[in-house]
Design a protein around this ligand. Structure first.
Ligand code: ADP
Ligand code: MG
Length: 311
């Protein structure tokens, strides 16, 4: 039997008359990565804050590491580590001093952990420079290293890679995988479908305070359109012709666009272009698209992510 690291039922939270979480149920088995996927303003940070005892829920039950967050916040706190969306690093201190501060605040943590974490996160060289001089990626790594000082069983990562360059994102992914291999449970929020896909055992999609889908990355991807080529035409006539000659395509008459399933490789794209040429149809524009958060939202909710933000 698997035990739940996190079990949430009927979680609700409002700020004033604005409902931010509208009845959330989720279960995260110990030793897995769970990803909460949603656009800006969906309620991800609020969820993390409730689960990590920083914010009180209005109703519902939340158990983390077997403890109720409402009645046993202290036990929850001693089992978890949290890396917030905005790094908790003190910029005036060096990397080493930031870590040492965490060690001093954590009963049971030994000083030797500082050097070990600096090595592990590839920060040894910069250890004695002020954190203010660190790049975004280094700061996130330091923040995560600080989280690990207390040896938490469950780690909450709130948008750990937002704003990072691709290389730093990949480094962060590697670190997350290593933590998982160590047996840690990870609750990860993200705005990136590919990140959730890469890392998560299970993904939940958050929209306007409700979970609109939950499942493995495979289950989720079956519900959304895959990689496709998108054409835009200058006239309805061209769109008509293209829609007729492109198998399995989906048209949008307002935008004069056609979405054609494709692996996006040069061979198959060339075939599509040749086919248009054969029928003397010119596309004004074409692009190859791999599914992203917008596609997920359109497929699952019928609206795009912008409307969620605008709400
Ligand atoms: N302390 C607060 N007071 C009022 N509204 C808040 C507060 N915290 C968050 N919100 C609102 O709740 C919604 C969800 O915010 P948040 O959980 O930060 O979303 P996310 O992390 O997914 O971007 C947003 O509309 C935000 O403005
Ligand atoms: Mg947030």
């Amino acid at each position: 039997m698997t035990t739940s690291a996190i079990a949430v039922t009927g979680l609700r939270k409002a700020f004033g008359d604005k409902t931010v979480l509208d009845g959330i149920d989720l279960d995260v088995p110990a030793g897995t990565v769970f990803s909460l996927l949603g656009p800006n303003g969906a309620g991800k940070t609020t969820t993390v804050n409730v689960l990590t005892t920083l914010t009180k829920a209005d109703s519902g039950t939340v158990r983390v590491a077997g403890h109720d967050v409402a009645t046993d916040a202290k036990a929850v706190r001693s089992a978890i580590g949290v890396t917030g969306q905005f790094a908790a690093v003190d910029e005036l201190l060096t990397g080493r001093e930031n870590l040492q501060l965490m060690v001093d605040l954590s009963p049971g943590a030994g000083n030797e952990v500082v050097g070990r974490l600096l090595e592990r996160f590839d920060l040894a060289e910069a250890a004695d420079k002020a954190a203010a001089t660190y790049s975004g990626g280094m700061r996130r790594k330091l923040d995560l290293a600080m989280t690990l000082v207390g040896d938490p069983q469950i780690i909450f990562l709130d948008e750990p890679t937002t704003g990072l360059d691709p290389r730093s994102r990949r480094t962060m992914w590697t670190i997350i995988r290593e933590l998982l291999a160590d047996g840690v449970t990870i609750f990860l929020t993200t705005q990136y479908l590919d990140e959730a896909d890469q890392l998560a055992d299970k993904i939940a999609v958050l929209d306007k305070g409700r979970l609109v889908a939950q499942g493995t990355p495979e289950e989720l991807k079956r519900q959304i359109p895959g990689t496709h080529v998108r054409f835009r035409f200058g006239s309805v006539e061209d769109l008509d012709t293209a829609a007729r000659i492109m198998p399995d395509s989906t048209r949008d008459d307002d935008a004069l666009t056609l979405r054609v399933p494709s692996d996006g490789g040069t061979q198959s794209v060339r075939k599509l272009l040749d086919r248009l040429d054969e029928y003397s149809v010119d596309a004004d524009e074409f692009s190859v698209n791999t599914p992203d958060l917008d596609d997920v939202f359109l497929a699952l909710t019928g609206h795009d992510t912008a409307e969620v933000v605008a709400k």
